[in-house]
Design a protein around this ligand. Structure first.
Ligand SMILES: [Zn+2]
Length: 123
């Protein structure tokens, strides 16, 4: 039993595993572009080109990924981000500390709502 398992590995990995690893590797390689695309990054095309050219260098890949994560995005900085008022369920400005619809004080929710706002901003 034990020898058979070792033999399987000696012949190399099964094709399915090979393909899966290829797909994962490609997905990892284009991670900066995927992140930038998901965030509708304003420099998406530039990131894609640099990703193809510099993605094989660990430093270039890492810098592109950071750029894709931190760079300006249309959805977050292009127009004001909005959050949902937990009291009346109306959408208000993310920076608002007081709801314009029901007048509730939202200052206490600030940290919690910031996380929700950035996720909702991806739409
Ligand atoms: Zn409200």
């Amino acid at each position: 039993m034990h020898e058979m398992m070792i033999n399987t590995w000696d012949f190399g990995m099964p094709m399915v595993t090979m393909w899966l690893m290829m797909i994962v590797a490609v997905a990892l390689y284009f991670m900066p572009t995927i992140v930038a695309g998901y965030r509708r990054h304003s420099s998406l095309f530039l990131i894609l080109v640099l990703n193809v050219l510099l993605g094989w260098t660990m430093l270039g890949w890492l810098l592109l990924l950071i750029w894709a994560c931190l760079g300006d995005s249309h959805t977050i900085w292009g127009r004001p981000a909005e959050k949902k008022c937990p009291y009346c369920a109306e959408y208000i400005k993310a920076e608002a500390i007081k709801c314009k619809h029901c007048g509730s004080d939202l200052a206490k929710q600030e940290t919690l709502q910031n996380g929700t706002a950035s996720i909702a901003g991806g739409r």
